[in-house]
Ligand binder design. Structure first.
Ligand code: HEC
Ligand code: HEC
Length: 417
């Protein structure tokens, strides 16, 4: 009986092997080979990543990116290459999850702007539903507050949120993560080099992961070169007109701030634009298009989906942190740097393209009793909407390809047998 089951499984498994050529189904992750024939994806196969990608010194240049202030580094965690390297290995190691399947990089995907282009809201271990969109990690060192509701202010501590969330990496406790990493021999010398004698602990794991994330800094975009270094040719006419609208008629700069020396594109505050109100007050009806495998969609009624899917928790934004009813549906203003790389947009990934984002603001957001007074209809015509999008597309840092290539240099964690 056991034998015949094995044969049956063998037959099933051999089918995709035959159609995709050289594929070993027992290695880490989804190879994604063959998808490119019928399905457009930004994901790259593991084989592509394994081609000995170049390693960069990520500390060099992380502090003097045109358009950003110098890198804030907390007193207790000076930057060293050993810590960055260790943090990088941890970031890509699937053994950091309960069942050794899920790494940080599977939601913050390097070739997708260190976010997830193919999911509105994240999916964690065993396909568990996460209610929010995975934000980019680029320039996270410059954010005063972390997460869409700004509940955390330190990169060193932030890492424990995904590590311990049941629906993300699923670990039951701090100690279980520390013990798991202690049991993997290849980490011994890396922790020793990075933290001399302090060993693996809640503190050193946080410091290492924070150090890697801290140096994923990317500015020096076409906009920065034009605005802060006076390179006249680096922005075209449409992008410049878009910028004029951004700081003028469209009033984006009221929240996505631009300073004299540098631009964070965030005021580091929280606002209600109506996105959260819409999803919690009118969750939607009728049929939706569901992708069942790459490129294959079916129409399914929301009612049927609700009977089989996990319940999505409601999301009230800052209210959940302060319990002040006036804070309902307020979310942190995200930076707009590298925005062309990080669709879909907003805390719940509900808007797919930059044109739709600008159209959303043009309509005056979603009306609700607590909407920010800064959100008003803008009366932009179609050309002006497109000009703004042109400007947003000029905010991609010129080093992003290097940061992605360097990320591919990281080993992807092996499953323990
Ligand atoms: C299952 C997908 C998933 C995994 C795995 C995951 N994240 Fe995230 N990450 C998210 C989502 C979703 C958010 C936003 C959560 C929120 O706002 O409540 C987020 C937020 C963040 C932020 C805050 C960014 C900002 O702009 O405020 C950082 C930093 C971060 N994650 C780093 C990590 C690290 C480090 C790991 C691994 C230890 C990790 N993430 C694992 C999905 C994931
Ligand atoms: C009142 C402050 C405010 C103003 C004015 C404003 N924004 Fe935003 N913006 C936000 C907040 C808050 C969010 C996040 C909302 C959420 O996650 O639900 C956001 C999100 C975005 C996003 C999505 C970012 C991401 O990573 O998902 C884009 C793009 C954007 N805004 C562009 C603009 C443009 C263009 C304008 C001008 C037309 C503008 N914003 C005006 C506060 C503002």
């Amino acid at each position: 009986m056991i034998c015949s089951t094995r044969i049956l499984i063998g037959l099933i498994l051999s089918y995709p092997v035959a159609s995709y050529g050289q594929q070993d189904l027992h290695r880490a992750g989804d190879f994604k080979e063959g998808y490119d024939q019928s399905y457009q994806t930004n994901s790259l196969s593991l084989d592509y990543r394994a081609l000995n990608k170049k390693k960069f010194n990520l500390i060099e240049g992380s502090s003097d990116q045109l358009g950003l202030p110098s890198l804030p580094i907390p007193e207790g965690n000076p930057l060293t290459l050993n810590k960055v390297d260790l943090g990088k290995k941890l970031f890509f190691d699937r053994r950091l999850s309960l069942n050794n399947t899920f790494s940080c990089a599977m939601c913050h995907i390097p070739e997708q702007g260190f976010s997830s282009n193919e999911l509105r809201t994240s999916v964690g271990i065993e396909g568990r539903t996460v209610r929010r969109n995975a934000p980019t990690i680029y320039n996270v060192a410059h954010m005063k507050n972390l997460f869409h509701d700004a509940r955390e202010d330190s990169l060193e501590w932030q890492v424990w949120s995904p590590l311990l969330a049941k629906n993300e990496m699923g670990n039951p406790s701090f100690a279980s993560v520390v013990n798991k990493i202690k049991s993997i021999k290849s980490y011994d010398s890396l922790f020793e080099d990075a933290f001399g004698g302090q060993g693996v602990s809640v503190v050193t794991i946080g410091k290492a992961l924070a150090s890697y994330q801290r140096v994923l800094v990317s500015a020096d975009s076409d906009f920065d070169r034009w605005h802060y270094a006076n390179h006249k040719g680096s922005m075209n006419k449409e992008e410049k007109l878009g910028f004029k609208l951004f700081i003028g008629k469209a009033k984006c700069v009221n929240c996505h701030s631009i300073g004299n020396q540098y631009a964070l594109f965030t005021d580091n505050k929280l606002h209600n634009t109506g996105i959260g109100y819409l999803s919690s007050m009118s969750p939607g009806r009728g049929d939706i298009s569901v992708q069942v495998s790459p490129g294959i969609y079916i129409q399914a009624s929301r009612r049927v989906i609700n009977t089989v899917s996990e319940k999505v928790e409601s999301d009230l934004g800052l209210y959940e942190i302060t319990e002040n009813p006036d804070h309902r549906w307020q979310y942190r203003t995200p930076s707009l740097r590298n925005i062309a790389l990080t669709s879909p947009y907003m805390h719940n990934g509900s808007i797919s393209s930059l044109t739709e984002v600008v159209q959303f603001y043009n309509r005056g957001g979603i009306s609700n009793p607590l909407i920010s007074p800064l959100i008003q209809p803008l009366n932009l015509n179609t050309t002006e909407v497109e000009l703004l999008v042109n400007f947003l597309n000029s905010l991609t840092g010129n080093n992003v390809n290097n940061l992605v290539e360097d990320a591919f240099n990281a080993p992807v964690g092996e499953v323990i047998h």
